[in-house]
Design a binder for this molecule. Structure first.
Ligand code: PMP
Length: 373
């Protein structure tokens, strides 16, 4: 069989081929049960074992402390933009830091449920920088502070999470980490709640992970739908309503794949998340170094906050975009069109994108630049 093309979609996104192969092999009969995973009761012993293993593997992979609950929910990160204020805001004040389209959307939605204040924004820089921590205007009475730690559309990533305590705030930090979860470690000492749609680094869409400090649960607004009340979800092991079982299963396979990863580096052999992070650093560096040195392509994001996962780039002239996209498509390099709000191109290089895929893209970009210079 010929190799699959490299898929640079921002999400739903490329998955590890081994995971897809395993899912295919288990499609009709999951491990002698006589059933495919899609056909199983979520309360049966087979799916229960799949669900528990997936949570245990995620906890190992991300080193999640035991005082955090892991919730397997539905609705995507966009639904969480409402579910979080319903559960955490108590109808009071919350602080939002705007760094791009996704954090902007979160703030707008939160306003329906509480007083969402603007703590800082990079809008004046067209979302190509991060507002310095010292400039954040945090409210004394905020019930949480919301950030998007990787802006999928603008390609801006927080390489360190803010230490709110050091900024004089006692509020918990809420992070939308949809597009870089499991690409690097999370400093849980700085986090109250982390949420992520699955469809970038974790699996199919339809599953949303919420990893939340136990003491933040149990304060939902009275009108919160039961299925979205973290207390109800947690008390029922994420099975108050039928969870997205197949997506949960695929996520479990991805976690096992992630734990098995190995990467030999000058510092020695790394495994699991450390191996994945080292590979992601190498992949991003390869592409940014090429773009910056090309004299042809450009990336406009400040160097200290460039995303390792989502890399927007521009050709010298927009009139070349169509030819570029046709040529990449022909070369087996898929879904490189940039988001309409930013324009140009975007290469999303999530965990499942191998270094060889980024190398193939760079090689192609060189050829294109040489023939369209
Ligand atoms: N936040 C971020 C950072 C995202 O990248 C996305 C999806 N691209 C969302 C939120 C929205 O996710 P969903 O459409 O699954 O609700």
């Amino acid at each position: 069989t010929s190799p699959r093309p490299f898929n640079f979609s921002a999400g739903p996104a490329t998955l590890p081929e081994e995971v897809l192969q395993q899912a295919a092999a288990e499609m009709l009969d999951w491990r002698g049960s006589g059933m495919g995973v899609m056909e199983m009761s979520h309360r049966g012993k087979e799916f229960t074992s799949i669900a528990e293993q997936a949570e245990a593997d995620l906890r190992t992979l991300l080193a999640i402390p035991s005082h955090f609950k892991v919730l397997f929910m539905q609705g995507g990160a966009i639904a969480e933009n409402a579910i979080i204020p319903m559960n955490l805001s108590r109808g009071g004040v919350v602080d939002h830091v705007i760094t791009g389209s996704w954090s902007q959307k979160s703030a707008k939605e939160a306003r329906k449920y509480c007083t969402a204040k603007l703590a800082a924004s990079n809008e004046a820089d067209h979302h190509t920088t991060l507002p310095a921590h010292g400039s954040w205007q945090l409210s004394d009475d905020a019930t949480y502070v919301h950030v998007c730690s990787n802006e999928t559309i603008h390609g801006v990533e927080m390489h360190a999470l803010p230490d709110l305590a050091a900024l004089g705030s006692t509020a918990p930090l809420v992070i939308d980490c949809s597009s870089h979860i499991a690409s690097r470690p999370i400093d849980w000492s700085r986090v109250g709640l982390a949420y992520a749609g699955a469809q970038k680094n974790i699996g199919p869409s339809g599953l949303t992970l919420v990893i939340v400090r136990e003491d933040l649960i149990g304060h939902a607004l009275p009108d919160t739908p039961s299925a979205f009340d973290y207390q109800v979800v947690a008390d029922n092991g994420s099975m108050y309503n039928t969870p997205p079982t197949y997506a949960w299963y695929i996520a479990g396979l991805v976690f096992q794949w992630a734990l098995k990863q190995r990467e030999v580096t000058p510092q020695g052999e790394l495994t699991g998340l450390a191996a994945i992070e080292a590979r992601n650093i190498a992949k991003a560096q390869l592409l940014y170094d090429y773009i910056d040195g090309s004299g042809y392509y450009t990336n406009k994001v400040a160097k200290d906050c460039r995303s390792r996962m989502n890399i927007p780039f521009f050709l010298p002239d927009d009139s070349l975009n169509a030819a570029f996209l046709a040529s990449t498509q022909g070369a087996g390099l898929l879904q490189l069109k940039g988001h309409k709000s930013v324009g140009g191109m975007r290469a999303s290089i999530y965990n499942a994108m191998p270094l060889a895929g980024v190398q193939a893209l760079v090689d192609h970009m060189k050829q294109f630049a040489a023939s369209h210079g």
